[in-house]
Design a protein around this ligand. Structure first.
Ligand code: CO
Length: 214
């Protein structure tokens, strides 16, 4: 881990390296951004967005919070998605969870977590929706991993519930929504390949907001 002063030395080395491979790198960077990806991930320090995706500055619009939640009353994530979809025109929205997520683990404990209670309740609600499947898993680790995956799935559904996402999709067939899990034991990104037509089959009518767009 770099000492505080070393961060600025590292930064100088980094910018020289960037300029070395493209001398107008920062000139171009300062002009505008046209990221094709919106990445919504966990704040966990071990799950980096750009580095694990091999992406450069300017390529991914990022939002991170504890346990990668998309909550309709969180003005922060709502503003990020709206801006990314309506103004940046991102083509892909990725919700990326990770095995070993402390937020998901905490939500599995019957404990008062103070200010985290209302936040983690979103994950408890995911558990409630999928209780039948989760309660049938006897291995605690497997149950934990599955809740991480189902949390990603439900947060993807929360993205699809938004008017901005539905209306842009009708106009341009974008953005597409993807659910990923990062496995930090192997370093692999796993695409859950969620089939939203199947997942939303019975509930789409409830969340449809596209009338005003037609
Ligand atoms: Co986490």
């Amino acid at each position: 881990m770099p000492k505080y002063e070393e961060i600025f030395e590292n930064n100088l080395r980094w910018l020289e390296q960037k300029k070395g491979s493209d001398h107008s790198f920062f000139e171009k960077l300062a002009k505008d951004q046209h990221p094709e990806y919106l990445y919504i991930g966990c704040s966990d320090s071990r799950v980096t967005a750009e580095e694990m995706m091999g992406a450069e500055p300017g390529e991914i619009f990022v939002h991170r919070n504890i346990a990668n939640l998309v909550n309709a009353t969180d003005l922060n994530v709502m503003a990020v998605i709206n801006y990314a979809v309506r103004y940046l025109g991102v083509k892909h929205v990725v919700v990326c969870g990770h095995y070993g997520c402390g937020g998901v683990k905490a939500a599995m404990q019957p404990k008062d977590m103070g200010i985290l209670n209302p936040w983690l309740r979103n994950i408890r609600d995911v558990y409630r929706i999928h209780m039948q499947e989760l309660d049938a898993i006897t291995d605690e680790h497997k149950k934990y991993d599955r809740l991480v995956e189902l949390n990603v799935q439900e947060q993807c559904v929360n993205v699809i519930k938004l008017a901005s996402v539905q209306q842009e999709y009708i106009k341009s067939r974008f953005p597409t929504v993807h659910g990923w899990v990062f496995d930090m034991k192997t370093g692999k990104i796993i695409d859950l390949k969620l089939d939203f037509n199947k997942i939303l089959k019975d509930i789409q009518k409830i969340y449809n907001l596209t009338d005003s767009a037609t």
